[in-house]
Ligand binder design. Structure first.
Ligand SMILES: [Zn+2]
Ligand SMILES: [Zn+2]
Length: 254
């Protein structure tokens, strides 16, 4: 089982792709750049797990559904917090900005099915990974996730400013093998990080201290692309292996 990066960026320009990761072959975490996934790979996806409803995480959801209407009969399940799903329904796939695919039926079944994800309980995902959604410090119904597969734990922060619960809960389930953490801005923009509920390298270092000792590899994503170089220079966490995720990067549950 693995997480493979389709898109790693918290904004968009000619060189960057919005946040989207494959969790095995049947689940996507966010769908910012999901339309770039080849058709034959998209066809194995049963579920999209949304961290929250900001545009950089949901943009391509409407486009992959559009492409699926002509190719498949089983629904694409979109799951996330109730607040997140309500934003997607009300402000995106509302029949105005984009079609309401939950009302479009193929062979008697809607092509889009929304499913609310409960907080702080383990939920089985297609492919055998368990997921625990944890509220984090960010708007639009934001959740971070703990993923567990064959006893191996990965912490996925989603978008967040400084937060506590996800680190505390992670500690209940053993030492994670990997932490995927957002860093959106360089330290020179620490104030903007705080006011926008994001992290910069020094804030991310403080978050990782909350995990306690351990040898989890740290993977950073959600850089604003114009700051990626500056962020990379500042990412120096003593005692931890840190890498910047990019499209094609892969994290194994091992
Ligand atoms: Zn974002
Ligand atoms: Zn966000």
């Amino acid at each position: 089982m693995f997480i493979e990066v389709v898109g790693n960026s918290g904004s968009k320009n000619a060189e960057s792709r919005l946040v989207c990761m494959k969790l095995g072959t049947r689940v996507l975490i966010d769908a910012g750049s999901a339309a770039l996934i080849p058709e034959e790979e998209l066809d194995t996806v049963d579920l999209v797990l949304l961290t929250h409803a900001h545009l950089d995480h949901i943009l391509d959801l409407g486009f992959i559904l559009d492409s699926m209407v002509s190719r498949r009969t089983r629904p694409l399940v979109v799951t996330g917090s109730e607040a997140c799903l309500n934003i997607v329904k009300t402000h995106y796939m509302n029949g105005l900005l984009w079609p309401d695919f939950s009302k479009i039926q193929i062979e008697g079944r809607p092509i889009l099915e929304y499913r609310i994800l409960s907080d702080e309980v383990w939920t089985d995902l297609p492919g055998g990974v368990e997921c625990m959604a944890v509220p984090v410090n960010h708007p639009a119904g934001a959740r971070g996730f703990l993923f567990r597969y064959q006893g191996k734990l990965i912490v996925y922060s989603g978008d967040t400013g400084p937060t506590d619960k996800i680190w505390k809960l992670a500690g209940n389930f053993g030492k994670p093998v990997a932490v995927v953490i957002e860093v959106s801005f360089p330290d020179s923009k620490r104030n903007i990080s705080m006011t926008s509920d994001h992290l910069c390298p020094s804030l991310a270092a403080d978050e990782l201290k909350k995990l306690g000792a351990g040898d989890a590899s740290v993977f950073v994503f959600h850089m604003k692309p114009w700051f990626a170089g500056e962020i990379q220079k500042e990412l120096n966490l003593p005692g931890r292996s840190v890498s910047l995720l990019k499209p094609g990067s892969r994290i194994e549950f091992s």
